[in-house]
Structure formats: structure tokens, C-alpha cells
Design a protein around this ligand. Sequence first.
Ligand code: C5P
Length: 234
Amino acid sequence: MIDLGPRLLVALDYDNAEQCLKTVQQLNPKDCRLKIGKELFTAAGPSIVNAVQALGFEVFLDLKFHDIPNTVAGAINSAANLGVWMVNVHALGGERMMVAARNALASFQQRPQLIAVTVLTSMDASDLAGIGIQETPEQVVARLARLAQQSGMDGVVCSAMETAQMKQALGNAFLTVTPGIRPVSAAQGDQRRVVTPEQAIQNGSDYIVVGRPITQAADPAAACAAIASSIRAE
Ligand code: C5P
């Protein structure tokens, strides 16, 4: 089996660089990679990516690009120039947009993993109906994941409850990145359908995303190390 490196991605959902770095300085790049999303990136910009990379961490830039193909290709090129390890787009941007994103990486020797978001887990059937989509969320997820694969994406963000189906439909090499993870001891917060880190790995998740159970723990270093070792044992 190929070595995926640290499979724990810590979601740094902070609104400023100082607080973020205070936590990151306690973590070990052997245990985890870091996910930087819209809140932190909008507040702190590319310099926070450079700062955590300088501390030895690889970065998943979770900006979920969704725009015209030319603009998304440019954004992906900028992300690759930042040296990030993983970046993502919305599959709803369509095949031409995803192909443009993939082509933007052609000239990079060490390119980021390119991941698609299918349907946001915050959306249910009535939300989809509101934007004119009559299928169930499951049907739309399956359709968009296939389109993402055909368009050259390396994998998808999905629930750890969907990983097995995803792998069965699209093959084991198609990566699954799964949020909604809660260690048994942690509070659920606003996540509704949660899976433990060990169960997610057993289900076939390649990478698990964990935010608040680490960033809001009394001892983030210990919380991170504990999850990292629990999934190494799987
Ligand atoms: O703190 P928590 O572990 O819930 O953080 C999960 C992270 O994963 C957040 O950054 C959230 O935006 C992201 N995410 C999610 N569910 C999705 C996609 C992304 O929770 N379907």
C-alpha cells in the first residue's frame, strides 16, 4: 500500500494568524497536516500558509473554488505556486471548470492533490429542490463524484459514512477526504452525523479532517497526538 503520510488533517478555523500559530506551534508535523479554509485565509492571507509550511507542515488549502474555468485555473495555479499539498474545487462548477483546474497543474513537478466537493453536507433534499435539483442528495453526490473523477480530480470530500460506496463505485485509488469526525470523548458540536477517527479509517477514508476536538482541546498537542496514534494503529 502506498504511504499516504499523515492522514489526520487539522482544520484551523481561526479568524487571526496569532491564535492559529499558537496552536500550530504545539502540533507535530509527523502527526498531522493542516487545513486552511476561507475564514483564516481571508483574515490572514497567503502568509499564514507560508508560516505553517515553514514550521514543517503540509497544507490543504480548502477554498472550494467555483468560478469560470479560466479564473479557477488561475486560482489553482496560484495555490500550486504557494506550495500547498492539497487544494479543492466545487464539482458543481462542471466538467470544463474541473478540467481547466487539472490542466493548470500540468507544468508542476510536485503538484497539489486536487479534490472536489460534491454536495455540501449542510444541504438536504429541500435545499437542492430550491436550486432546481430534484434528485436526492445521495444521487447528486454519486453523479458529481463520477464527473469529478472523469474530469481528472484525485478524489472527493465526503462523509466517512459514504467512503465505502465511493471506493466501490470509483476505485480504491480515488481519494476520500472526510470531515464530521469525532473521537468518542469529544463534543459533537454542530456536526450531526459523526464517525470516530478509527471507524473512518476502517471505512476506507484516506484522510480525516478534525477541527474543534483538537483546536479547542485544553491540550491540543495531546489531543492531536492521541488521534494520530489511534489511526496509525488501524
Ligand atoms: O471542528 P470540526 O471538526 O467540525 O471541523 C470540520 C471542518 O471540516 C471544518 O473546517 C468544516 O468547514 C469542514 N467541513 C465539514 N463538513 C463538510 C465539509 C467541510 O465539516 N461537509
